[in-house]
Design a protein around this ligand. Structure first.
Ligand code: PLP
Length: 365
């Protein structure tokens, strides 16, 4: 292939594996001799049923999802799920616990407050550099569910453990670290993830839900957000994002071929260690604001010095000349951020680290 490719460290939509993209390209005009593209295929056809069932089965296998859980493919992105979770689960007691550790869980808590009472489990703050000790959390035993974000994409904070929700159903937003490590699904009520960070193109959100939590949506819940409707109709109550689901299926196959969730965890460990080693051995030239052991393996934010915007601008321009793109930090925090999702290869991270070292030699002490 002669197509020009760059190193895309974007936070999402993000890089997908080249092998998968090439396969999709091969099947683009005619899927398995059907003479049509998946894009042109009825969502009620046998061919599409095989695609969606295949993706579900692969995910069940990859995360060892227990039998009493359903896999749903929803729309509205991660943000849609902020509302859907509350509209489906808040009805039990009218209140929910939110562990806010960054801007995505803060947004989720705000959205949920439209549908019930939100209890902030940890004191409100806006500097998000670590996660307070669980012994200091104020969990409400009467909560309908406990919500948290497993990996805060903007601030680069990842939970190194599964929070203990004391028997209350646990809901987790895993949008930016989904399938980057094995997870014990039986500890969760709901796991959801927008596909566009680790498992596919934008447009579909993967939802894993325990069956006993299905069927109690608030009466105001739109039908397309009602977990019971999606579960009953196997995610084809209305037209789902068919092409996105097809690509997700292909990515799941790729994950399977590359060692599954454990393989992805090892890859993540290697890539993020390279980055942290580069940051920590720079003698303060580069600084990651997040404290150990909460540093995200998939989103690594850092500053030059204590936030030298001039040098950061130069760093980004130099990276871009070397075809390393999308390294700018989120607009709300500034600085630099490297996202190391599953499709990012070790050699790509090594190229970034080499550039960081040469940039420091040129500009540092
Ligand atoms: C990107 C992201 C979202 C929002 O996803 P949308 O699909 O844009 O709504 C929510 N949570 C996390 C952790 C994310 O990284």
């Amino acid at each position: 292939m002669t197509t020009k490719r760059v190193i895309n460290f974007g936070a999402g939509p993000a890089k997908l594996p080249e092998e998968v993209m090439e396969q999709v390209q091969k099947e683009f005009l005619s899927y398995k001799n059907t003479g049509i593209s998946v894009m042109e295929m009825s969502h009620r056809s046998a061919d599409f049923a095989a695609i969606i069932d295949g993706a579900q089965k692969l995910l069940q296998e990859l995360l060892k999802i227990p039998k009493n859980y359903k896999v749903l493919f929803m729309q509205g992105g991660g943000t849609g799920l902020f509302a859907a979770v509350a509209m489906n689960l808040m009805s039990r007691t009218g209140t929910a616990d939110y562990i806010v550790t960054g801007s995505w869980s803060a947004k989720a808590a705000k959205e949920a407050s439209k549908y019930g009472k939100v209890n902030m489990v940890i004191p409100k703050n806006d500097h998000y550099k670590s996660i307070p000790e669980p012994s200091s959390w104020k969990l409400d035993p009467n909560a309908s569910y406990v919500y948290y974000c497993d990996n805060e994409t903007v601030h680069g904070i990842e939970f190194p453990y599964v929070p203990d929700s004391k028997g209350v159903p646990l809901v987790s937003d895993m949008s930016s670290n989904f399938l980057t490590r094995p997870v014990d699904v039986s500890k969760f009520g709901v796991i959801f993830a927008g596909a566009q960070k680790n498992v596919g193109p934008a447009g579909v959100t993967l939802v894993i839900i325990r069956e006993d939590l299905i069927g109690m949506a608030l009466p105001i819940c739109p039908i397309i957000f009602d977990f019971s409707v999606l579960a009953k109709d196997n995610s084809v109550h209305n037209t789902p994002p068919t092409f996105a689901i097809y690509v997700v299926g292909k990515i799941l196959e790729w994950v399977h071929q590359n060692g599954g969730a454990a393989g992805m965890a090892e890859l993540s460990r290697v890539k993020s260690s390279l980055m942290f080693k580069a940051l920590d051995s720079s003698g303060g030239f580069y600084n990651c604001p997040v404290q150990e052991p909460f540093r995200s393996r998939t989103n690594v934010p850092f500053r030059i010095g204590q936030g030298n915007e001039e040098l950061e601008k130069e760093f980004l321009a130099g990276a871009s000349r070397l075809n390393m793109l999308q390294l700018k930090g989120h607009r709300s925090v500034g600085g630099i951020r490297a996202s190391l999702y599953n499709a990012i290869r070790v050699d790509e991270v090594k190229a970034l680290v080499a550039y960081m070292e040469s940039f420091q030699k040129q500009h540092g002490k």
